[in-house]
Design a protein. Structure first.
Length: 82
């Protein structure tokens, strides 16, 4: 099982979109200040998750969300929980 997820950091006031087959492990990595975008904060929380049967669909949805380039659209997705 794979998923597309959205994380939120209150201290950075930022969202992060990703996909994985092990969300608990990924969240730990994001909060352990590994290299990359999420290393700026260590208070990332999962605010949205959508499951997929295969990796390809999870990545396609991740890319779709990232193509929006819109914080407002991300917040609408989270609140609608589509």
């Amino acid at each position: 099982m794979f998923c597309t997820y959205i994380l939120y950091s209150e201290s950075a006031d930022k969202y992060y979109v990703g996909s994985t087959n092990d969300i608990n492990s990924r969240l730990k990595k994001h909060n352990n200040k590994n290299k990359g975008y999420t290393n700026r904060s260590s208070d990332w929380k999962i605010v949205y998750k959508k499951d997929f049967v295969n990796r390809t669909d999870a990545i396609m949805f991740e890319k779709e969300i990232k193509s929006w380039k819109s914080r407002t659209m991300i917040q609408k997705l989270i609140s609608a929980d589509i």
